[in-house]
Design a protein around this ligand. Structure first.
Ligand SMILES: Cc1cc2nc3c(=O)[nH]c(=O)nc-3n(C[C@H](O)[C@H](O)[C@H](O)COP(=O)(O)OP(=O)(O)OC[C@H]3O[C@@H](n4cnc5c(N)ncnc54)[C@H](O)[C@@H]3O)c2cc1C
Length: 318
């Protein structure tokens, strides 16, 4: 047996991985199998998204970490010998992927932004960002299974096909995890998640004083959007929380509209806005790199430009 295997924590992530998984499976002329955690309701959905086989992991008793599943998954992989194993690059997914790769004695390519099959050389190639996002590294793994973690949102969910048939198999219940959860606490943050916001207005170091962030917020509010920032604003000045830092070491956003105010556009920042549909830049330096990535640009002092933009938006909405 072989196949393309998928492990994710929820249906959305599974559907995204099935998008690339099904594509690879058809090129490798094999099947797709997806693990599902204790939720039989989603099995038919996963099959409609492209899974040929569902491997149901029984729900864990009590408050156990997901690593309890590792021995069960390893046993399945040792029997079935999959070609490829794709795992959602969440915090838990990355943890599980590393442990699985070690136990299966194979390599693991983390945070891949693409996986392709090079038919000429009969090898799978994985792309990941390198040098702070300035370059794309191509990685090939010569051991089986080829394992990769892929960040959620990298691929669109596979389209659902009604009437698809697949098999559903319940796996053995895992032994209790050797780790014990002592306490679970929600992350303390009052910051809105802007990764799904349609409009993001980003504050860069061109903002001179903390109180001037109100100007950025006012434009965001007028447009019905949210505020984000570059790393110097969150990490150096501590004017905004790190959850709002966009870029390589922060979050990636994919809004319909991104407006960078006083943002130079270094590659580590632009990496986080590569999926924005429309990028606008306001910068007093006409050579600012962000203009190279922007669809629209205004060369000017943001302290002159932004009040005019706010006025224009309010007028247009009136
Ligand atoms: C490993 C690594 C990871 C990193 N990760 C991130 C990351 O995740 N996110 C991130 O943002 N950065 C990241 N950085 C930092 C990144 O390289 C840049 O330093 C940072 O993005 C620059 O932020 P900025 O554009 O706000 O500031 P600057 O580069 O200082 O640019 C300020 C801009 O404002 C313009 N300006 C000044 N005054 C005005 C005004 N009155 N009106 C209009 N324009 C004005 C200037 O012309 C300039 O272009 C990382 C760096 C490293 C090495």
């Amino acid at each position: 047996m072989a196949g393309v295997w998928i492990f994710a924590e929820n249906l959305q992530q599974t559907a995204e991985l099935l998008s690339i998984g099904s594509d690879l499976a058809s090129k490798l002329m094999t099947t797709t199998s997806a693990f599902l955690i204790g939720n039989t309701d989603s099995a038919d959905d996963c099959i409609a998204f492209g899974a040929d086989e569902i491997m149901e992991l029984p729900a864990l008793a009590g408050d156990q970490p997901l690593d309890a599943y590792i021995p069960v998954i390893v046993a399945e992989a040792q029997t079935a010998d999959p070609d490829v194993f794709l795992i959602a690059a969440t915090v838990r997914g990355k943890d599980i992927a590393a442990r699985l790769a070690a136990r299966l004695k194979t390599g693991l390519c983390s945070d891949c932004i693409g996986v392709t099959f090079d038919e000429g050389n009969n090898v799978l190639e994985m792309d990941r960002l390198a040098y702070g996002g300035a370059a794309i590294q191509k990685v090939a793994c010569m051991t089986r299974p080829v394992m990769a973690t892929i960040p959620p949102g990298t691929y669109k969910p596979a389209p659902q096909q009604s009437g698809r048939q697949g098999t559903i198999r319940e796996l053995q219940a895992p032994q209790p995890s050797p780790s014990t959860v002592l306490e679970r606490r929600p992350k303390e943050t009052q910051v809105k998640d802007i990764t799904e916001s349609r409009i993001v207005v980003c504050a860069g170091r061109g903002i001179e004083r903390k109180e001037d962030l109100s100007l950025v917020q006012e434009l965001a509010t007028a447009l019905g959007g949210e505020i984000g920032c570059t790393r110097p604003i969150s990490e150096e000045a501590h004017w905004l929380p790190e959850e709002l830092c966009i870029g390589l070491s922060g979050i990636s956003v994919k809004p319909d509209l991104y407006i960078g105010l006083g943002v130079s556009g270094q590659v580590q920042h632009v990496t986080g806005i590569r999926d924005a549909k429309v990028i606008c830049a306001v910068n007093k330096d006409e050579n600012a790199p962000l203009f190279g990535a922007a669809d629209y640009g205004i060369v000017g002092d943001l302290y002159d430009v932004v009040p005019k933009l706010i006025e224009a938006v309010k007028k247009a909405k009136a």
